[in-house]
Ligand binder design. Structure first.
Ligand code: NAP
Length: 478
């Protein structure tokens, strides 16, 4: 593949590439240009000029172009799905669902953008402004760099690129190095749909190269990032030099709390569904299973039975539930985290091993609140650490004893318990009677504490990616 800069397909200026391989069977998918700061700078110079014209393009035309894009994605749907499966190892049914979501996200942002209203400001609240009229309009911020992780290469592309483009910003897209090809195909389709070649560009290369460049350039106005907390902090620091607008969607170690008033079928099926999705590599997956001691044994036994029935392996097969992790390095990290938890005193009831990049669904019993996994150790794999509790206050204390705060799930048929928990939990979302692994395009999605800054969704991102200008008509009402 090439990079997409200024309407052209180009190699990295340094001429080097890296390989992208299928994580399940190791086959070579493509070679990827290894862009560096000078490639990003070249794209940013082009974006600066192109954005000015794009901002002048009426919103109904921008909207029409983006709807053309959705039509082209539908045309190439199966080809893109195959790439999502091959490059990231995502189970094919999930890849189809994710690409469907991309279409919904684009359509929703297009619709919502036409409803973005400005404000009018009361002017008779102070003597010196009586007779004036003040109203506001929203304008694009300029050039955004969008940085996405490997785990949802097309859905997260949509959450960043759609609102940026429809509001008149230019985007420089930097996909994860493990999953660059789907983003490349989508960006080519943006061009085919009518987005100018300088308004949507794709530059590939290592994250550290773009991080260094972002800290130095004055050509970027905003950065929208989804990924780890560690990298998010670096971007915030780098962005300070030129006061970039920095939006951060970061890691999570989300609690899933089951009270003894729960429907056990719901508790078990939601636990499995939420944690096995994308083989556990989901930011808002339930990652700590906090179960009332009176039902812990029954929950654990049924969880183990349910997981034994999940097909594990080839992501290209329709009935596969748990595919591989994105790389051998990530799979080994999960095994190391399981072993570290066992060394602290946990017991493996199921799984605990890997075959290449495929990690077996793993249930860890006897996990106590003082262990790393019960606090800040985010495991990005299909692992179920079970932590017991007796009282409501204890459940809340364990749920909140993490630096993160993305999503949470609470399972109970008692609405008072559910609402009390939803109010007490420190998280951006609380889902009642389901896993916190839940996202609607219209929901303000994001986290508190070390999970980041900002919210995504139709009610939020369009405002974050635009700035409000006040226009004052002096003495017009006098
Ligand atoms: P990551 O290592 O932070 O990488 C994410 C992206 O950042 C990749 O494109 C990566 O490029 C790039 N990157 C790496 N170092 C960089 C730097 N110094 N400056 C700028 N960009 C840099 O995260 P990951 O391990 O792929 O993703 C998993 C994490 O993302 C988990 O913590 C998960 O919870 C979080 N996540 C959060 C959300 C949310 O909505 N809150 C959603 C999904 C995932 P390379 O690939 O080239 O290294």
């Amino acid at each position: 593949m090439k990079m997409l800069i200024g309407g052209k397909h180009v190699d990295a200026k340094g001429g080097t590439t890296f390989e992208n391989r299928n994580p399940f069977d190791g086959t070579l998918i493509c070679t990827v240009p290894n862009g560096t700061g000078e490639d990003f700078e070249a794209a940013a110079v082009i974006a600066k000029e192109a954005q000015k014209e794009w901002a002048k393009t009426p919103i109904y035309i921008r909207a029409r172009i983006l709807m053309n894009f959705v039509g082209l994605v539908r045309r190439d749907f199966d080809k893109i799905v195959d790439v999502v499966v091959a490059e990231g190892g995502k189970a094919i049914t999930e890849a189809r669902a994710e690409l469907d979501t991309l279409c919904v996200v684009f359509e929703s942002f297009v619709q919502a953008a036409s409803q973005m209203l400005g404000n009018s400001v009361p002017v008779d609240s102070e003597a010196r402004t009586v007779g004036d009229m003040i109203f506001t309009i929203r304008e694009p911020i300029g050039t955004f760099v969008t940085i996405t992780p490997f785990n949802f290469p097309v859905e997260l592309y949509a959450h960043k690129v759609a609102p940026a483009l429809v509001t008149g910003n230019a985007v420089i897209i930097k996909p994860a190095s493990d999953t660059p090809l789907s983003a490349y195909m989508l960006t080519e389709l943006l061009w085919e749909a009518g987005v100018p070649g300088g308004v949507a560009q794709l530059v590939t290369g290592s994250g550290s190269a773009i991080g260094k460049w972002l800290g130095e350039t004055s050509l970027v106005d905003g950065v929208t990032f989804t990924g780890s907390t560690e990298v998010g902090k670096k971007l915030m620091l780098g962005g300070a030099a030129h006061l970039q607008h920095v939006f951060l969607e970061l890691g999570g170690n989300d609690p899933y709390v089951v009270f003894d008033s729960a429907d056990m079928d719901v508790a078990v099926s939601q636990a499995i569904g939420g944690r096995t999705w994308n083989a556990g590599q989901t930011c808002c997956a339930n990652k700590r299973f906090i179960i009332q001691n009176t039902i812990k044994e029954e929950f654990t036994a049924r969880l183990v039975e349910g997981l034994k029935a999940c097909k594990v392996g080839n992501p290209a097969e329709d009935d596969t539930v748990v595919g591989p992790l994105v790389s051998e390095k990530n799979a080994q990290r999960v095994i190391d985290q399981i072993n570290a938890t066992v060394a602290e005193g946990a017991k493996v009831l199921l799984g605990g091993k890997r075959c290449g990049t495929v990690v077996e669904p793993t249930v860890l019993a006897d996990v106590t609140p003082d262990m790393a996994v019960a606090k800040d150790m985010e495991i990005f794999g299909p692992v179920f650490p079970i932590i017991g509790f007796d009282t409501f206050d204890e459940a809340v204390a364990i749920a909140n004893q993490t630096s993160y705060g993305l999503a949470s799930g609470v399972i109970t048929n008692d609405i008072n318990t559910a609402m009390k928990f939803a109010k007490a939990v420190e998280a951006g979302t609380c889902v009642v009677n389901s896993s916190g692994n839940y996202r609607s395009v219209h929901q303000p999605f994001g986290g508190i504490k070390a999970t980041g800054i900002g919210r995504e969704g139709t009610s939020q991102t369009l405002y974050e990616m635009t700035q409000e200008k006040s226009i004052v008509l002096k003495n017009v009402l006098a």
